[in-house]
Design a protein around this ligand. Structure first.
Ligand SMILES: *Cc1c(COP(=O)(O)O)cnc(C)c1O
Length: 369
């Protein structure tokens, strides 16, 4: 069998930046828990995206959880959550005993449909927060989403787990709302093996999030706790990987874009193929290259043909309102997320691929057609 091609796998720097920072942590015995790498990673990421404060956490999921907590989301509160996403977006709403209402996507952005969002506010005037996602590194239409949230005086949280390196009208995704979150899970555009970041221009709230993330330990000689705490901080070793990876983020975005353009050139003209939408205001990180099929060829045929040649591909995320666990919650929309799920394919987008790999993939897909 030929060499395996992954959907998206960890890609450490050729220069060995990550090992340098890890070695530094070993040399100074700052293995755990916090230390220079954590502090510097927070600062470097905040500078890179243009935001005042950030807290390095154990995962993107933990960051969403603390964003909801910082937003004051509590038992019984309603949160409008993008329907088309990974379950990690929605799960923390349940951790807070709050109630998600799922909002459909539109075809123009694949992300939260502003029209469906407005409609949701008519049905539920009392909402605590809106949780928008920048799926596959494509930005949501932030001007319109921000405007609606301001009008209704609701906290906006951006799940930018997949969109580090994505800019909307020149401004980095994750910096439009009250809170933004990033993930450094293994298949994201940069990875620390696992980890996340909560960001905000509200410095006090980020300080508070750091406090909750370190078991909510009060300032006292003894162990004293006035609030519920979590063990959510990133370790100093993991942060070292993050610092190294941040150095190659731009390079990764460049390669992801190259991969997308390659597919678009080779597959974009095939019958019934439409590549994911790239709007004129969007500078995506192209985390995954995705396409929608409207002709005779179905996503499963493509995925199976690729799998036979040891190549990974995936369906589009299955919408939350179609998930058995979330079936009891309301959904506002017209079935766009469902259609994207049924007709979409995520193509291999590993930045370690070369042209030979890309030609191998394209040839198989053309063969199915
Ligand atoms: C990966 C991902 C998360 C979760 O991040 P983890 O670091 O894996 O907890 C959340 N939302 C989206 C959209 C993701 O893709």
């Amino acid at each position: 069998m030929r060499g395996k091609i992954y959907l998206a796998s960890p890609h450490m720097s050729d220069e060995g930046y990550e090992m340098k920072y890890i070695q530094e942590a070993f040399d100074t015995n700052w293995i755990a828990p916090l230390g220079k790498n954590v502090n510097e990673f927070e600062k470097e990421l905040a500078t890179k995206i243009g935001i005042k404060a950030s807290a390095a956490l154990a995962s993107g999921s933990a960051a969403i959880h603390l964003a909801l907590k910082a937003a004051g989301v509590e038992q019984g509160d309603i949160v409008f959550c993008q329907d088309l996403t990974f379950s990690a977006t929605a799960n923390p709403i349940i951790y807070q005993n709050a109630t998600p209402v799922f909002i459909d996507s539109d075809y123009e952005t694949w992300n939260m449909d502003p029209v469906a969002l407005e409609k949701a506010f008519e049905k539920y005037p009392n909402v605590k927060a809106v949780l928008v996602v920048h799926l596959y590194g494509l930005s949501a239409d932030m001007d319109r989403i921000v405007e609606i949230c301001k009008k209704h005086n609701v906290v906006l949280i951006e799940d930018a787990a997949e969109s580090l390196g994505t800019y909307y009208k020149g401004k980095h995704t994750g910096t439009f709302g009250d809170y933004g979150i990033f993930s450094f899970n293994g298949n994201k555009i940069i990875t620390t093996s696992g980890g996340g970041m909560l960001v905000s221009n509200n410095v006090e709230k980020i300080d508070k999030a750091r406090f909750w993330a370190t078991q909510a330990r009060d300032r006292a000689r003894h162990y004293q706790h006035s609030e519920l705490g979590f063990n959510y901080r990133m370790s100093n070793i993991v942060a070292g990987i993050g610092r190294g990876q941040l150095n190659v983020l731009d390079k990764r975005v460049e390669k992801k874009k190259y991969i997308f353009e390659f597919y678009k050139r080779e597959l974009g003209e095939l019958d019934g193929v439409e590549m994911m939408p790239v709007n004129e205001w969007d500078e995506p990180n192209y985390w995954l290259s995705c396409m929608i099929l409207s002709g005779k060829v179905r996503p499963l045929e493509i995925m199976e043909a690729l799998e036979k040649d040891n190549i990974e591909s995936r369906p589009i995320w299955k919408p939350m309102h179609m998930q058995p666990f979330f079936a009891g919650y309301d959904f506002i929309g017209d079935g766009v997320s469902e259609k994207l799920f049924e007709n979409g394919v995520c193509l291999p987008s590993d930045t370690k691929m070369d042209d030979e790999d890309l030609n191998r993939i394209v040839k198989i897909i053309k063969g199915v057609f």
